[in-house]
Design a binder for this molecule. Structure first.
Ligand SMILES: Nc1ncnc2c1ncn2[C@@H]1O[C@H](COP(=O)(O)OP(=O)(O)OP(=O)(O)O)[C@@H](O)[C@H]1O
Ligand SMILES: [Mg+2]
Length: 330
């Protein structure tokens, strides 16, 4: 089992619940674990009834488990601020205004959100040394994963940009008259360094996700959720990232045999429909159904989380991380 584990799925299916249950299960099996949430609703804090933030903190009452809650909105702002700062160093004052306007617009695009989160995921993966296992309560979506195709694409592009940049610096060096310092020098050129850094960043991300990560999808036993899961499995496979297994959550519990009132009949009908959906999952989806978790009568936290963890037949074995943290792009 790889050090990085992702639980994806449609809104509300139970990603956060299942991630926390799994993380707790790992910790109880003696695997030092960090659970990472990107939920603006701070659900991990809810599940453990404890406030978490931007730095990992130990979860009370669960030895060997830390939690980290990333705020996506803060990430986008930080991400764009970073771009702004880097650019402002390199362009004229007149350009800074224009850049600010463009960045404001970039803030509104859906891609900005995903790409900022993706960057943060990768940062967490790079700094995961103290842990045997990092559980992410959201999997990157198809469009985020397309970023992984970038290193190969970037390779060529970066090489060409670097070549142009070197030519331009060379001209600046030649144009420097007498003892004047040229305005640009090759050594430590910030643009070249930044391009190289981004290339290595995506290379690291691709390597970590392909070699050191396992992806699971959470679904509910209804048609929409099954269809969506089928599509997600296809999207992931296209990026060379197979889905390891599926977790069906919120299954209707069975009434006792002797019960035969309206409620019991409703539950039996409902169970029959769900069984058909799950058969469909087993027969036609390209990933094994690993666990089936029943709906509880209240939100899953505290002791209930332990119960759900027991129903979660997803392996907690861990292999030592094969990457060297901080080796790329830092
Ligand atoms: N097996 C279950 N029994 C009862 N309630 C559940 C179960 N699984 C999840 N829930 C509840 O359903 C709600 C949604 O679950 P959760 O937050 O885990 O979903 P999510 O996929 O992370 O949602 P989002 O997409 O909004 O992040 C929560 O209130 C949670 O407590
Ligand atoms: Mg969630």
């Amino acid at each position: 089992m790889e050090p990085f584990v992702f639980f994806g799925g449609k809104g509300g299916v139970g990603k956060t619940t299942v991630s926390c249950a799994y993380a707790r299960k790992c910790a109880e099996a003696g695997v030092d674990t960090l659970v990472v949430s990107t939920d603006p609703a701070h659900s991990v804090s809810d599940v453990f009834d404890q406030q978490f933030g931007d730095v990992p903190e130990p979860v009370d009452g669960v030895d060997g488990l830390d939690a980290l809650e990333i705020d996506p909105e803060d990430e986008v702002t930080a991400h764009l601020d970073d771009i702004r700062n880097r650019l402002s160093d390199q362009v004229s004052a007149a350009m800074v205004n224009e850049i600010n306007k463009q960045l404001e617009m970039a803030h509104q695009t859906p891609g900005a959100y995903e790409s900022a989160l993706f960057d943060r995921f990768v940062e967490v993966m790079k700094q995961s040394d103290p842990y045997d296992r990092v559980v992410f309560d959201t999997a990157p979506t198809g469009s985020t994963l397309r970023l992984l195709g970038l290193p190969e694409f970037l390779e060529d592009w970066v090489d060409r940009l670097m070549h142009k940049r070197r030519q331009s610096i060379d001209l600046f060096e030649k144009a420097a008259i007498g003892n004047n310092e040229p305005r640009r020098v090759m050594d430590g050129d910030p643009v070249l360094a930044r391009l190289q850094e981004r290339k290595e960043f995506f290379e690291f991300a691709g390597g970590a996700l392909r070699n050191d990560a396992a992806f699971f999808l959470v679904l509910n036993p209804d048609q929409l959720s099954v269809n969506e899961t089928d599509r997600a499995i296809g999207d992931m496979a296209e990026q060379g990232l197979p889905v390891r297994g599926l977790v069906a959550n919120k299954l209707t519990p069975a009434p006792d045999d002797e019960e035969n009132g309206r409620g019991a009949r409703y539950l039996r009908d409902r169970i029959e429909t769900e069984a058909e959906r799950l058969d469909q999952v087993r027969e036609s989806l390209d990933a094994p159904l690993l666990a089936e978790i029943e709906t509880r009568t209240r939100e899953v936290k505290g002791d209930l989380l332990g119960e759900v963890a027991d129903e979660l037949a997803v392996d907690t074995d861990v292999e030592a991380p094969t990457f060297v943290a901080g080796s790329a792009g830092d």
